[in-house]
Unconditional design. Structure first.
Ligand code: CMC
Length: 392
């Protein structure tokens, strides 16, 4: 139809220009602002990476201190926001709870929502970064009926999140530095991934000049889908299912290859990576460290390793260039850390937040931005006349 090009799923269409994240899917390369992901994962921290993504450069010591302090000052939630959590059913999935609380945030800060006021955008950025871990921990506390803990601002962002999640007011919470390091690294690995489904959602909603809270809230919903961030929970459910039915990896792989009941090997495949996802390679090493920490291990890890090996040798996966993606091993680490499966995608959202913010800000500041409004190829009826109900 005219000059409209059909591109279902935007496989070949760039929707914007961006200077934030670079991916070479064939070579398995991922860089934030030019820095290779493995260097950042090894040497940086989640807040430093957040700064890098949002402001474009690694901070100096003074800049990082100032940024950390500003985030620290905003970790508490408005007391009235807490009552939102009480209204949800106890078994509510934490993803919609997270998304609802994020859009509700905007109602508490109505005087600073103008997308074109730099000071408003800045304070919304800080509030989101500071409050999402608190919201995420409260979504969890609600689901297990435990009291909400106030943040303790002597702790780092990641330490604080772990304490608010697993701590109780009655006793001290012992922070495990290995766990803090592993979680911080996982957050870094999730921090941005250019124009994925949730980030494109954040940009699209923002392109209508919706505020940052509403745009991010929409992104959280997009992330919840099992083909996107929801895959990390789906992987664990898949591994559990294989274990329960006797641990037969070959039968499962056969099912996937025959596309029986639409079964997929969750945690495999990627729209852009046609090679090993560089994030998965880093996570695989961390999986070893965390799962073998107390010599306990996890039978699900054996199944995951067998599945990976089996798939990488199989023509079905080779021909389609299907490799493990970021979600394949994360669930095993989160489980070892004590998170229930439902929380896995919440952790992904916490990690992706600085990416969403950076991309939204880049979009809003770009004079070339227009409201996102794709065209379609119409396949419905041609014109026909209305018939009275008795004549149909
Ligand atoms: N298991 C089995 N077959 C697969 C898989 C898989 N995980 N992924 C793709 N295929 C097949 C697919 O059936 C198709 O086969 P055929 O050519 O015979 O029809 C071929 O590979 C191409 O796949 P596609 O669905 O056209 O690829 P896509 O780019 O549209 O989808 C994907 C990418 C990530 C949605 C898909 O690979 C998938 O569903 N993977 C499982 C879910 C998952 O792990 N998602 C996390 C993605 S990474 C992090 C994130 O974004 O959150």
């Amino acid at each position: 139809t005219g000059d409209t090009t059909l591109d279902i799923g935007f496989v070949n269409t760039a929707s914007c220009t961006s200077a934030i994240t670079y991916i070479d899917g064939d070579a398995g390369i991922l860089r934030y602002r030019g820095y290779p992901i493995d260097q950042l994962a090894e040497k940086s921290s989640f807040l430093e990476v957040s700064y890098l993504l949002i402001y474009g450069e690694l901070p100096t010591e003074a800049e990082l201190e100032d940024f950390t302090e500003r985030v620290r000052q905003h970790t508490m939630l408005h007391e009235d926001l807490k009552s939102f959590f009480r209204g949800f059913p106890r078994d509510a999935h934490p993803m919609p709870v997270l998304s609802s609380a994020v859009s509700a945030l905007g109602t508490f800060y109505q005087d600073s929502l103008d997308p074109f006021d730099k000071a408003h955008v800045e304070i919304s950025t800080i509030r989101l970064l500071a409050k999402l871990p608190t919201i995420a921990a409260y979504a969890y506390k609600k689901s297990i009926g435990q009291p909400f803990l106030y943040p303790d601002n002597r702790l780092s962002l990641t330490e604080n999140f772990l304490r608010m999640t697993f701590g109780v007011p009655a006793t001290d919470y012992d922070i495990d530095p290995d766990m803090v390091k592993a979680l911080d690294q996982l957050l870094i690995l999730h921090a941005d991934h250019e124009q994925n489904c949730s980030t494109s959602t954040v940009r699209l909603v923002g392109s209508a000049h919706a505020n940052l809270f509403n745009s991010v809230s929409a992104g959280i919903h997009a992330l919840s889908g099992p083909l996107h961030g929801g895959a990390n929970s789906a992987v664990l459910e898949m591994l559990d299912g294989i274990l329960e039915s006797g641990g037969d990896v070959d039968t499962f792989v056969k099912k996937v290859k025959n596309k029986e009941d639409g079964v997929k090997l969750m945690g495999f495949g990627h729209r852009v990576y046609k090679n090993y996802d560089p994030r998965a390679a880093i996570i695989k090493k961390t999986t070893d460290t965390i799962l073998n920490k107390d010599g306990v291990g996890d039978p699900l890890l054996d199944i995951a390793l067998q599945l990976e090996q089996r798939a990488l040798e199989d023509d079905y996966f080779i021909e389609r260039k299907l490799y493990p993606n970021v979600d394949f091993y994360t669930g095993l680490i989160y489980k070892a850390m004590g998170f229930p499966t439902k929380m896995f995608t919440v952790l992904f959202a916490m990690g992706r937040l600085p990416g969403w913010i950076a991309q939204w800000r880049e979009m809003i500041e770009d004079p070339a931005t227009k409201i996102g409004r794709p065209r379609q190829v119409y396949t419905g009826e041609t014109e026909r006349d209305y018939r009275a109900i008795g004549d149909r």
